[in-house]
Design a protein around this ligand. Structure first.
Ligand code: NAD
Ligand code: WQD
Length: 337
């Protein structure tokens, strides 16, 4: 099966390309390199021994998409491309709606023209807003608190309406919890530009001396140690979830929705401790005020994905932190240009 991977040079997309190759799929990457570097593909080749075709393009370029889908005889699309920084989305809502919502509509329109009817979409646990309880199942109410989250919710709603009107399509919405970790080779990992927004890249940059200390955003949440609790999932488990989705429901028409999480919650301080153990470095931190918009706790009930996809996360917190450290210590400045 040939799979177009939009955003395939990015963090989750690149790891998914490796697992696609390992599972016998042929990925074709479509990415505008807005938040990634083409050298990622070199690393994919180093790890797998296989070369992945890359088309540099924007998902809002319908003509290029149709041409790519047709010329490469694409059977299915995994759609990662988009913008993902919550804070930035508040400053630049138009860019977020254009890339994430408009971009997805252009992609689906292009797929329709090219006769490709299987789509897997990167959604997010952010669509659950501030959940009334945990763990979160797929039938929980959805809401958004910022333009990034709203863009994901809007896309979910557009795709739901579209699938209803086009019942022969297979559309899968995968709601990721907190992806962390790296490929165990140390060749691929998360390479944020500028100051990292997310916890683990920040912690690992403190460990290599790129940042002085971590600000822990709030220690007065109603959680065991007062810091925020999340469901951190190894990016390789997340990647495997896409393979399972393609194999199990990607060929069945319908709308399919799954949480991809571990079902375990870890606090900010748990993550700091786990990272200190994995790296042998001590992580300086200071307690800071709560970050606006943050919630106390969020973790998945991943039972549906296990029941219907036969998938569950297997990698431990220790593997997540060890693999993050291997990537960060061997590539302290991220990918080369
Ligand atoms: P990333 O920024 O590393 O990867 C996204 C890729 O998409 C980048 O390579 C970027 O260059 C490309 N891209 C952006 N806009 C594009 C456009 N208009 N046309 C073509 N390519 C474009 O992000 P990631 O962490 O790998 O996230 C992938 C997807 O998963 C995103 O849709 C994100 O919203 C979603 N997601 C991420 C997380 C997370 O914490 N990382 C959590 C939940 C959901
Ligand atoms: C995790 C915990 C912070 C940074 C975000 C998006 C979500 C999804 C995943 C895309 C929280 C604390 C963080 C720091 C800290 N992305 N923290 N100091 O906020 O759960 O989710 O990424 O879809 O939509 O909102 O992840 O890694 O930013 O934060 O104390 O410097 O770490 O307060 O408790 P979050 P995160």
């Amino acid at each position: 099966m040939k799979v177009l991977v939009t955003g395939g040079m990015g963090y989750i997309g690149s790891h998914t390309c490796i697992q696609l190759l390992e599972a016998g799929f042929t990925p074709v990457i479509f990415d505008n390199l807005y938040n990634s570097k083409a050298t990622v593909n070199e690393r994919i080749r180093l790890v797998t021994g296989q070369t992945v075709e890359f088309i540099q393009g924007d998902i809002r370029d319908k003509a290029l998409l149709v041409k790519t889908l047709e010329q490469h005889n694409i059977d299915a699309v995994i759609h990662f491309a988009g913008l993902k920084a919550v804070g930035e989305s508040v400053e630049k809502p138009l860019e977020y709606y254009d890339n994430n919502v408009n971009g997805t509509l252009v992609l689906v329109d292009a797929m329709r023209d090219a006769g490709v009817t299987r789509l897997v979409f990167s959604s997010s646990a952010t669509v659950y807003g501030d959940p009334h309880t945990v763990p979160i199942t797929e039938d929980f109410p959805t809401s958004a608190t910022n333009p990034y989250g709203r863009s994901k919710l809007m896309v979910e709603e557009c795709l739901t309406d579209f699938q209803l009107a086009n019942p022969d399509w297979s559309i899968t919405l995968l709601r990721y919890f907190n992806p962390v970790g790296s490929h165990p080779s140390g060749q691929l990992g998360e390479d944020p530009q500028g100051i990292p927004n997310n916890l683990m890249p920040f912690v690992s940059q403190v460990a290599v001396g790129r940042r002085e200390y971590l600000s822990v955003f709030g220690d007065d949440y109603p959680t065991p140690d007062g810091t925020g609790v999340r469901d951190y999932i190894h990016v390789m488990d997340l990647a495997d979830g896409h393979i399972a989705a393609l194999q199990r429901v990607g060929i069945q028409s319908g709308l399919h929705i799954f949480n991809l999480g571990t079902g375990n919650g870890s606090s900010v301080l748990d993550m700091v401790k786990a990272f200190e153990q994995a790296s042998g470095k001590s992580i300086a931190y200071k307690i800071a005020p709560r970050r606006p918009g943050d919630i106390a706790e969020c973790w998945a009930d991943p039972a549906k994905a296990y029941a219907e996809l036969g998938w569950k996360a297997t990698r431990t917190l220790q593997q997540m932190t060890e693999d993050t450290w291997r990537w960060q210590s061997e590539n302290p400045k991220g990918y080369p240009e």
